[in-house]
Design a protein around this ligand. Sequence first.
Ligand code: COA
Ligand code: AMP
Length: 633
Amino acid sequence: MSSRYQDVYGAWRADPAAFWAQAAKEIDWIKPPTEIFDAQAGVYGRWFPDATCNTCWNAVDRHAEGARADQPALIYDSPVADAKRVYTYAQLRDEVAALAAVLQEFGVVKGDRVIVYMPMIAEAVMAMLACARIGAIHSVVFGGFAAKELATRIDDATPKLILTASCGIEPGRIVKYKPLLDAAIDLSSAKPQTVLLLQRPQETAHMAAPRDHDWADCVARAKQQGRKADCVELAATDPLYILYTSGTTGVPKGVVRDNGGHMVALKWTMKNLYGVEPGEAFWAASDVGWVVGHSYIVYAPLLHGATTIVYEGKPIGTPDAGAFWRMVEEYKIAALFTAPTAFRAIRKEDPEARHLARYDTSSLRTLFLAGERADPDTVAWAEQILGVPVVDHWWQTETGWCIVGNPVGLGMLDVKHGSPTAPMPGYDVQIVDEAANPVPDGKMGSIVIKLPLPPGCLPTLWRNDERMADSYLAEFPGYYKTADAGYRDHDGYLYIMGRTDDIINVAGHRLSTGGMEEVLASHPNVAECAVIGMKDSLKGEAPLGFVVLKSGVDRDPAAIEKEIVALVRDKIGPVAAFKTAVVVDRLPKTRSGKILRGTMKKIADHDDWTAPATIDDPMILDEIGRALEKKGV
Ligand code: COA
Ligand code: AMP
């Protein structure tokens, strides 16, 4: 089939406002937009500035009141809790309306922030939708973060209420959320008035009056009394949510998402990019704590009237490397979206894909990969075992949806392994040098997007227009800096090769090495430190920390290394996957004192390296090599 991609992308280029006005027709507006884009508003302009709408209405109620009332909207499947549950659109609406009424009972109104600190259970999705229903701004915090990270987010978002559960379930261990939450609230200066906690059978959390309330009791009472919250009218530009993501320091960035532009963009992607029809099952095997979870577990499939899946489990070990294939068979999944690391994990465990033969996966039409670079080897293996197209696509928390991809619904373009293919309508992607001049095809440069960003992308950072402008818009005037580097080939295919800042990608999770360095530096014995991301065959990258001890410290270096590993787990959380710290005598630096992290990475990765001309003392690089060898790296 020939692709309509060029025509559609060309149509967007010719008249962006007309393109997005057309896409906006897929949304039920309370007051439809008469203006599509206001270039004067906000940091770089705002989409649909005069429209009003409600995201929960579009994601839930309009289907519940129409032909999809009895269609499964949300399927919860948990091999770790041994539980399964299906909610139709009508049932989901009733659950969400009751929970939203409970939020109102506790005084939550439009514009208030609500933190959602939840495992992968259906109630996490209900929590987000309940906020959307009444105009409260949700901020979901991933369950693998420690108390300090949660506290930073509480302080920035200043939530009136926190929605949580008694625990998460990781293979082999119960993650008790309440002690982490209590510690985070103790650490933070913004104290929420209310905590609404869902007790799970695996763990009963201690509740403290008057702040803590039992979720199930409150919702049951609301249902008994027939209390339901209506969908409130919101400006398209009102925030739907804040999602914190790693920046270059330990202070995360609060990415803001609006209501109107977000719905328009996500709805467009379901058919045109993912090639999925309403009524089909779409599974994003991610976590609601990440942007992939926000966009493709919660909002996009529901906006589209598809069936979405909340999976509380892993690709392997719950119980085996056939877990994904079981899900595909059981729920007739049409499109699966996950991170390459999940496929590397499955391949490592089951290289011959023997588990696959046990299941009927004929419903699966496409596998989508994102979250980290999809290495050609993994893509080829996935194609071979599944026999369906494997689509790599590139995006970021900031954009909320795909920047560069292969539009299945418009007719796929030829796949080139290693490239996520072509820019989606809305994105004018350019590769530039430090002076913002375009570089020739085939040459690496910084990847930037010409302003304005399309609907769905961040309008700003939470209460911080200045940081938005400084972080993303200042370096290349007129462009958004993605902080990714890459190149375009002679056929126009884009290749995304890595970050230009200190962000690393560990098992599809975005982490700041700067943030980890702050933790290492806080150890009383540490004089200076550096954290790099070294190659990892499973997780893509793994953090590796180097520390120089304060003079006079006369302790066993191995003990200090252990303490440092524990400190990162305690301060950032297990998700940092920080397992290796190495005590060294000195760090390699330039004559002006800049730590040579790039060269240290090459040494750790066993890549070819040469000492940079600006190095102060080349001997230190050999010392680093020897220290790593001793450590078995
Ligand atoms: N709550 C608490 N802890 C969590 C957690 C959560 N929600 N998610 C992960 N963790 C913990 C893990 O248990 C692990 O702890 P450990 O050090 O005690 O083993 C640690 O954080 C690191 O997790 P992770 O890097 O995910 O490694 P893993 O060994 O548990 O699993 C994979 C490896 C590849 C199977 C897993 O990373 C995976 O499924 N990735 C899919 C990618 C993905 O979801 N990406 C999101 C963006 S699309
Ligand atoms: P996050 O904000 O967590 O979604 O992480 C975004 C970052 O992950 C991007 O800036 C890239 O560095 C990386 N990334 C995501 N998807 C891809 C992809 N398909 N190819 C290469 N890198 C990717």
